[in-house]
Design a binder for this molecule. Structure first.
Ligand code: PLP
Length: 359
């Protein structure tokens, strides 16, 4: 019997067991072809349906209109930090950014290479412990960029600023497909797959095609979204296996009842975790309640001398990925779509037990 492991890793992170099984099978014998998915051409009648179905399922699950195109690109979410301003921001124009954590900070740094950046709202001086309540967006800004979930700070936008008055761009790497949003009201959405959607090596990009073609710089072929749209996300060899793992995860998600069903499960897991956290004086959550992330929960101990011992207990119980990010310390547990409620029950059980003994 394989032992139960509770995987709270932040990324790459847990995926459904069914996905791992089907993905392994595809490496050995893809769709009963006698061939591995790793040895077939991407433009063949074997692989083309994988790309087509993955793009169609994203459209369906996110209920996207025809103006929004779905792309699978290389380079991780970090490449989007530069690809977004390269395609949307003229040198003399302003892009508005919210400064909510490490990831937003990296996006801002890249945008400054292409034009002017204004900070519409920031929580930097408060160690990124909340999402700014008020935003100041110039009406002439090319777009407003938000990071819907800050994976390291453990914050999440609970109210999306749809009415900011300019096109809305979002890095959804760590909460993509975890809750229904009005996805058509975003001009561009990007997400690295390895947090909540699949294997590392591929990015999802959803883009409203009417916002493209408005900058006056020359964009290199591979970095121009329009070229990828024209070629059906097959401008060059896509990361075939990573796309396939995304497809398997999307199928699983649909079978589970879609994004709304995911949100229900995620709400249940987050409520159990945070209710437990709030009930135990030994622990403390540094994030403001209304900004708490349902994907990455960050917490600390009021007596830091006990933190190592708690981590040891987690290890004994096969709970992995509980240690906080190196830049923040304390603990972080990721509660992505594929994490079962039973793992959160195990963790909160351990927290209560630990608190009682140390009480
Ligand atoms: C992980 C992460 C990234 C970076 O993703 P890469 O694919 O490693 O480039 C960017 N933004 C957020 C919110 C993330 O969680």
């Amino acid at each position: 019997m394989t032992k139960v492991i509770h995987n709270f890793n932040a990324g790459p992170s847990i995926l459904p067991k069914e996905v791992f099984e089907a993905a392994s099978q595809a490496i050995l014998n893809f769709n009963d072809t006698g061939l591995s998915i790793l040895e077939i051409g991407h433009r063949t009648s074997l692989f083309q349906p994988v790309m087509d179905e993955a793009r169609a399922l994203v459209k369906e699950l996110m209920q996207l209109d025809d103006q929004h195109e779905v792309l699978f690109l290389h380079g991780g979410a970090s490449t989007q930090f530069m690809q977004v301003p390269m395609n949307l921001l003229n040198e003399d124009d302003i892009a508005s950014y919210t400064e909510t954590g490490t990831w937003a900070g990296k996006a801002i740094k890249e945008a400054r290479l292409f034009g002017h950046v204004e900070i519409a709202g920031s929580s930097k001086t408060d160690q990124y412990n909340h999402i700014p309540a008020e935003l100041n967006v110039s009406p002439t800004a090319a777009y407003l960029h938000i990071t819907t979930n800050e994976t390291i700070a453990g914050t999440q936008w609970q109210q999306i600023p749809y009415d900011c008055g300019v096109p809305l761009v979002a890095d959804m790497s760590s909460d993509i497909l975890s809750r229904p949003l009005d996805f058509n009201r975003f001009a561009l959405i990007y997400a690295g797959a390895q947090k909540n959607m699949g294997a590392a090596g591929v990015n999802l990009v959803v883009v409203d095609k009417t916002i493209l073609g408005k900058v006056n710089r020359t964009i290199p072929t591979m970095l121009d979204y329009r070229n990828h749209i024209n070629e059906g996300s097959m401008l060059n060899t896509p990361p075939v296996f990573a796309v396939y793992v995304v497809l398997l995860t999307l199928r699983w998600l649909k079978q589970q009842g879609g994004v709304a069903a995911m949100e229900k499960k995620n709400n249940e897991k987050a409520a159990l975790f945070y209710d437990t956290l709030d009930s135990l004086p030994l622990f403390r959550g540094p994030v403001a309640r209304e900004s708490r992330s349902k994907m990455n929960a960050v917490f600390v101990m009021n007596n830091p001398a006990l933190e190592q011992e708690f981590l040891e207990r987690c290890k004994q119980e096969n709970m992995i990925g509980v240690k906080g990010h190196r830049s923040v310390g304390g603990f972080r547990v990721s509660l992505y779509n594929a994490l079962p409620l039973s793992s959160v029950q195990a963790l909160t059980g351990l927290m209560k037990d630990f608190a009682q003994k140390k009480g």
